[in-house]
Design a protein around this ligand. Structure first.
Ligand SMILES: *Cc1c(COP(=O)(O)O)cnc(C)c1O
Length: 467
């Protein structure tokens, strides 16, 4: 036990030293960059004493203690984890220059890096020629795809399933596009909707935000083609799992992922499964001609080049060039491959969910809401009076009890599901309220793979104490 403590401690210290070295090289890089020009005195108005800086940062550090341990496998709640140290170091390196990827004048180097990483992501999906760029979020990336969808079919509706991200409806309001909710699992109703000729684009979600479910893109695609309906794939969460779809024994159902290259547009969030800090989404269009919808003639920017500026193909203006630098460095270290890099990380997160699901199938105190398609598990405590209201109450108790434990707290997330969906799988369930609160764990850290049995045991023990 004693030895294990010191081995762990030593590993933590070594990781910390490595991280400091990375940040050091970011600072040296900036000094080297500045030294290319004559030295310059910093102006008095921006000077700040070391003591004052230190005291402000001490105060900030204390304020930041009011947070959950997103880095730790004990945090098994929402879709949050810190970026990889290489992404942080690269971001810090580029941020000191603060390039703006809006225009080539604003960030020549990082604009090139952006085109490279976007090209790699497009290749992962099987896109050939394409147009695309990074955005500040998945929501903005989706907004751009919906905006192009509306520009192509101004008189037709945009359709999405009830499980699509809530921002699709909202963004359709923003762009004044007619939108409808549609069940994507029932192909007959889908076809009858398509037949009416009123739907221009359909949003298919590859990894829903709630349950990580992958909608049946491969089944929808032939129908959409038959009726000339465009497809936008919202892969904000699940997109990187495409890496695992082409291996001989895929640990995810590969079909939807293998159809992605036929979609008209795709969105993916590198700030979710791409090890990036927030501020990094990405939108891609299969037809490079989509660029024409973005055309504008702002008088402020483009001076030095006749090449295409990223600002000419994006709705946003200023964007951090540092985001492109961070993603570029991360993909060098963790390439989009199944057998190394990001693929090995995703295998572990997926495996954690598979193991969790298997453990629950043997449990008397926990039930599974649905099988995980990716690495998100949804479960709920078994209650004596097996009803929506008792399960909701038990969920809330368990959720709070887990977080409030003085030793080794556990952070889960609560999630609302239609009671009718539970009743379908559990005939004895009494749907005495339309919505049931259940538990949700996004197992998006590779460390969850080793830790998942511990979490399961602890959640089971808590559940036993409650029901
Ligand atoms: C997270 C997510 C979004 C929204 O992305 P943000 O980066 O949070 O703005 C959209 N769609 C899906 C499927 C998501 O998982």
């Amino acid at each position: 036990m004693f030895l294990l403590y010191w081995v762990t401690k030593l590993l933590i210290i070594m990781t910390e030293i490595e991280f400091r070295n990375l940040i050091d090289s970011s600072i040296s890089s900036q000094q080297r960059f500045r030294n290319r020009w004559e030295s310059m005195d910093e102006d008095d108005t921006v000077s700040l004493s070391a003591e004052r800086s230190a005291s402000i940062l001490t105060e900030l550090s204390e304020r930041l203690d009011d947070n959950y341990p997103f880095f730790h496998p004990r945090y098994a709640g929402q879709m949050i984890k810190p970026p990889h140290p290489i992404a942080i170091a690269a971001y810090v390196m580029a941020m000191q220059i603060n390039p703006n990827n809006h225009a080539l004048d604003g960030g020549p180097a990082t604009a090139k890096l952006e085109l490279e990483v976007v090209g790699e992501i497009a290749k992962m999906f099987g896109y050939g020629e394409h147009v695309g760029h990074l955005t500040s979020s998945g929501t903005i990336a989706n907004l751009e795809a919906l905006w192009v969808a509306r520009s192509i079919h101004p008189d037709k509706a945009i359709a999405y399933s009830p499980n699509a991200h809530y921002t699709h409806r909202r963004m359709c309001e923003v762009i004044k596009a007619r939108s409808i909710e549609i069940d994507l699992t029932n192909l007959e109703t889908l076809e009858s909707e398509f037949k009416k000729g009123t739907i221009g684009t359909i949003v298919v979600t590859i990894g829903t935000t709630g349950t990580g479910s992958v909608e049946p893109l491969h089944d929808i695609l032939p129908l959409a083609k038959k009726y000339g309906v465009r497809i936008h794939a919202d892969c904000a969460y699940g997109g990187f799992f495409t890496i695992l779809a082409r291996i001989p024994d895929p640990i995810i159902a590969p079909e939807p992922f293998l159809s992605l290259h036929e979609c008209d547009s795709i969105v993916i969030d590198p700030h979710k499964h791409g090890l990036q800090p927030y501020g990094c989404g990405c939108v891609l269009f299969k037809d490079a001609g989509a660029g024409k919808y973005y055309k504008h003639d702002s008088p402020y920017t483009y001076f030095t080049s006749k090449e295409l500026h990223l600002g000419e193909i994006s709705l946003e203006c200023s964007r951090a060039g540092a985001s492109a630098a961070a993603l570029w460095a991360t993909l060098k270290a963790f390439p989009l491959r199944a057998d190394e890099g990001l693929g090995t990380i995703l295998r572990k997160t997926r495996n954690a969910a598979v193991v969790w699901s298997e453990l629950i199938s043997t449990s008397k105190v926990l039930n599974e809401y649905c099988k995980p398609d990716l690495d998100i598990v949804i479960y709920f405590p078994a209650t004596h009076d097996f009803s929506a209201s008792s399960v909701s109450a038990a969920t809330e108790k368990l959720f709070t009890a887990a977080m409030k434990r003085s030793e080794s707290p556990l952070y889960l997330a609560a999630f609302s599901v239609p009671s009718s969906a539970i009743a379908k799988n559990f005939p004895s369930f009494k749907a005495d309220a339309p919505i049931t609160k259940v538990l949700r764990s996004v197992l998006m850290k590779p460390e969850h793979d080793r830790f998942v049995t511990t979490i399961f045991k602890e959640v089971s023990a808590l559940s036993e104490g409650i029901h």
